[in-house]
Design a protein around this ligand. Structure first.
Ligand SMILES: Nc1nc2c(ncn2[C@@H]2O[C@H](COP(=O)(O)OP(=O)(O)OP(=O)(O)O)[C@@H](O)[C@H]2O)c(=O)[nH]1
Ligand SMILES: [Mg+2]
Length: 280
């Protein structure tokens, strides 16, 4: 069948672990077998037990205590340690030869944008371990209320997309919070229209809104950044409401398409209901 992986990335608290759980719940409900790979050495609780867990190799807590590093330096150390101990990864991944793995990442965006750490891992997974990978990047829908935050979020999504160099899906998470705040049909419709602008952002409109909130001396910088987003013309988002099975299913279908999941699968023989031979 092949090996498939979904990288779940995004800033701290954007809902990555919650999305991983929702994806697993949905996949299981439609009879699909998926595995969780926890790549966050600081993760504490899991709704689903990870099949592969970086904490079995190294934990942030131990690194901070033993090497007297802060959380960010400690995290970088953990990833460098992982990259220096690929035997461990090799052995863990070896058990999932024909599988679909969901990788829950830490929320420090410098791992995707400033350092070549995540991109090295992704390259390893795709080139050395033959995984077909889709990277997802989550941004909270709450960012839409603060245009400067949203603008920064769009830039970080774009930066991750350029750095990782694999099929990429940007996701606007926590949409249930947007829907919940509504009263009245008209307000709801207005809010949805507003939302659509943010799912497929028009950088020029965005520039006006960001300029209105920033000191005029930054306007030409805003303009240059907007031009950058415009030039790449590929930052759009899919809405995610983890409380809706349909929403999670739709995102899973997009991921499946991006990595061509199931396209090289052999058609299966239908199984007998009772597992025995049919009688005439
Ligand atoms: N209402 C709502 N809350 C959410 C959703 N997703 C996550 N949350 C809440 O947001 C907080 C952070 O969620 P996590 O899933 O832990 O986010 P994360 O991106 O894994 O966080 P880090 O791993 O710390 O970077 C938790 O309190 C969640 O309950 C969502 O879709 N809707
Ligand atoms: Mg998490």
């Amino acid at each position: 069948m092949g090996r498939y992986a979904v990288l779940v990335s995004g800033p701290a608290g954007s809902g990555k672990s919650t999305f991983c759980s929702a994806l697993i719940t949905h996949a299981q409900s439609i009879g699909r077998n998926v595995h969780l790979f926890n790549l966050d050495p600081a993760a504490e609780r899991f709704e689903f037990q990870p099949s592969i867990d970086i904490k079995e190799l190294i934990s942030l807590e131990d690194v901070m205590e033993e090497l007297k590093l802060g959380p960010n330096g400690g995290l970088i150390y953990c990833f460098e340690y992982l990259l220096d101990n690929l035997d461990w990864l090799d052995e863990e991944l070896g058990q999932y030869d024909d599988d679909y793995i969901i990788i829950d990442c830490p929320g420090q965006i410098e791992l995707y944008t400033h350092f070549p750490i995540m991109s090295r891992l992704v390259t390893l997974l795709s080139r050395t371990y033959n995984f077909k990978i889709c990277a997802t990047y989550l941004l909270e829908s709450q960012f839409m209320d603060d245009k400067t935050k949203y603008f920064a979020g769009v830039l970080s999504a774009m930066s991750a997309m350029i750095n990782l160099e694999v099929p990429h899906l940007n996701i606007l998470s926590k949409m249930d919070l947007v829907e919940r705040g509504e009263t009245g049909e008209e307000a709801k419709a207005g809010r949805r229209r507003e939302m659509e602008r943010y799912l497929d952002p028009d950088p020029l409109l965005l520039a006006g809104e960001v300029n209105a909130k920033t000191n005029p001396k930054f306007h030409s910088l805003n303009q240059a950044l907007v031009q950058l987003i415009e030039d790449f013309s590929m930052v759009s988002f899919m809405p995610l409401d983890v409380t809706s099975e349909e929403s999670v299913g739709s995102i899973l279908s997009h991921i499946d398409n991006a990595i061509q999941y199931g396209e090289d699968e052999e058609p299966k023989e239908p199984k007998d209901m009772d597992g025995g031979d049919f009688q005439d």
